[in-house]
Design a protein around this ligand. Structure first.
Ligand SMILES: Nc1ncnc2c1ncn2[C@@H]1O[C@H](COP(=O)(O)OP(=O)(O)OP(=O)(O)O)[C@@H](O)[C@H]1O
Ligand SMILES: [Mg+2]
Length: 489
């Protein structure tokens, strides 16, 4: 017998908020679904999972006997467990052959089990934590953004892995990832929640139709409303005139009746306007993102038969690169091949031994975005670093363009902001002022598809020179003018 997660009239609001995040939500989720949970940054996806986990107080009811488990929950770093110990901790009864089978599915070598979990790469840790969740057949995984530490190959492997499983909810902003395996989509929209059968493409198609329909309906309605308004105005002036100009009692009564009708029509149209306007609100508005771009004067990168040496051994097969002004160059390759090392070398952060020839000429004004959000910097501390009023206003304006509500600007800390909202702080910082070269490492992590599209549009418009690493194929395909794949030596 299959179980359902039955959500009835669920309402939830964080204390500090004026409006609830969820209002009278009713949903019926089947335990066998592969459910993709999508929605813009800050809409409440992570909150929804926390509600299922019973970590937040909500109104209404949720019926389910499933044992929900959240990803990511990292083991305590101080326990220094091996990968095997991490897997066994939650699943002590499991046979080693079952673990090895899952490792094979995840394209992980079996000797990873003896390694300390702490030293593993982000991608390897992600894969192991997912295996841990699915080894326990009684648990129902709630997976929050698994792709952030995964390269393209890793994303493919994990999507194939999830295809084999059933009964889970997964949040992701990477549509091509979700489209590989989900069979249902739960979308948190601006004013509503959609549940559909199919994948993100199916949802987008249906949403576009619904948006168009409501816009069309709206346009029709507006014309209709204008006409009715004219009529009712005409009627009332005409009725008024008649009422005033005649002494005849029955004519006056008729005029008064017409007047009443006109008023009723007016009232009805007003109600209709309000109803339809609320529908229109459900359409996402994305403002244009502005970049202030200056081109570097010289060729930025020149590499010939170049590689970086680690203990005398090349990290990756020798490469040839030329990056000229207006070019956007992306470095690809599997986790651990040396993409970030190369970026750091270009930035001159690390002095490293090299082979081959190279010339690096960095312009003065650089926009640098590192892969990880810096933990010691948040919205408010960045704001305080800005010395002029203009710079502060520009920073707020950028955050606003990126979709952060103005009411958040009074926050003294962004500790409670959602993952994407925190990322936007760093993106806004990287967009401040005039820049000649943009060096961006994994800018798309945590950001929703509207922001990614917003960036694509801005980059196409302002044509910045860029050196980047990014695992979001949709993004790099749209903006890269050059790509190189680093291959391990
Ligand atoms: N403890 C909290 N107190 C107050 N507000 C909070 C708290 N936690 C989250 N929020 C706010 O609630 C909203 C929803 O947050 P949530 O983390 O659920 O978003 P999300 O959909 O997961 O976004 P993202 O895609 O960026 O991860 C955000 O506006 C966030 O700033
Ligand atoms: Mg989240």
């Amino acid at each position: 017998m299959t179980e359902n997660i039955l959500i009835k009239n669920m309402t939830f609001k964080y204390l500090a908020m004026l409006k609830p995040i969820f209002k009278n939500v009713n949903l019926n989720i089947n335990e066998n679904w592969k459910l993709g949970l999508i929605g813009r940054n800050g809409r409440g996806k992570t909150t929804f999972l926390k509600i299922l986990l019973n970590q937040l107080e909500y109104k209404g009811s949720i019926q389910s006997t499933l044992d929900f488990k959240y990803f990511p929950s990292y083991p305590n770093i101080h326990n220094n467990l091996t990968a095997l110990e991490v897997l066994l901790k939650q699943n002590p009864q499991i046979d080693i052959w079952q673990i090895e089978r899952e490792l094979t599915y995840m394209d992980l070598s079996h000797d990873i089990l003896d390694k300390s979990f702490n030293v593993l790469s982000g991608g390897e840790q992600t894969k192991l934590l997912l295996i841990e969740l699915f080894l326990n057949e009684n648990s129902f995984p709630l997976i929050d953004e698994p792709t952030n530490n995964l390269d393209l190959h890793g994303r493919k492997i994990v999507s194939q892995y999830l295809m084999k499983k059933k009964g889970f909810i997964v949040i992701s902003h990477d549509e091509s990832f979700l489209n590989q395996f989900v069979d249902h989509v739960l979308a948190i929209n601006k004013e509503s929640i959609d549940m559909i059968r199919g994948n993100v493409d199916t949802w987008k198609y249906e949403k576009a139709n619904a948006d168009m329909l409501s816009e069309e309906k709206n346009a029709k309605l507006k014309t209709e409303i204008n006409r009715l308004n004219d009529v009712s105005k005409q009627m009332s002036t005409w009725g008024q005139k008649r009422e005033n100009s005649t002494k005849d009692a029955s004519a006056r009564r008729l005029a008064a009746k017409q007047m009443k009708r006109a008023k009723a029509v007016k009232k009805r149209t007003e109600v209709m306007i309000v109803e339809k306007e609320s529908l229109l609100h459900n359409i996402e508005n994305v403002s244009e993102l502005k970049m202030i771009v200056k081109q570097p004067r010289k060729q930025v990168l020149f590499f010939r038969d170049f590689s970086i040496l680690r203990d005398g051994i090349p990290l990756f097969k020798p490469i040839n690169i030329d990056v000229h002004p207006t070019e956007r160059f992306f470095i690809e390759g599997e986790n651990g091949v040396g993409k970030s090392t190369l970026l750091n070398f270009i930035l001159g952060v690390e002095h490293l031994e090299t082979i081959g020839e190279y010339r690096i000429s960095l312009p003065q004004h650089l926009s640098i975005l590192s892969q990880k959000n810096q933990v010691d910097l948040d919205y408010f501390s960045l704001l305080n670093q800005l010395s002029t009023k203009e710079a502060k206003e520009e920073y707020w304006h950028l955050l606003y363009q990126l979709g952060i509500e103005r009411s958040s600007f009074s926050d003294k800390s962004s500790d409670n902001w959602s993952a994407g909202e925190q990322k936007k702080v760093f993106l806004a910082n990287a967009l401040l002022g005039e820049n000649e070269l943009f060096i961006w490492d994994e800018v798309t992590n945590y950001l929703d598809m509207f922001v990614i599209n917003q960036m694509i549009d801005a980059i196409k418009k302002y044509q910045p020179t860029m050196i980047g690493v990014d695992h979001n194929e949709y993004f790099t395909n749209a903006i890269a003018t050059k790509k190189i794949e680093l291959k391990s030596f």
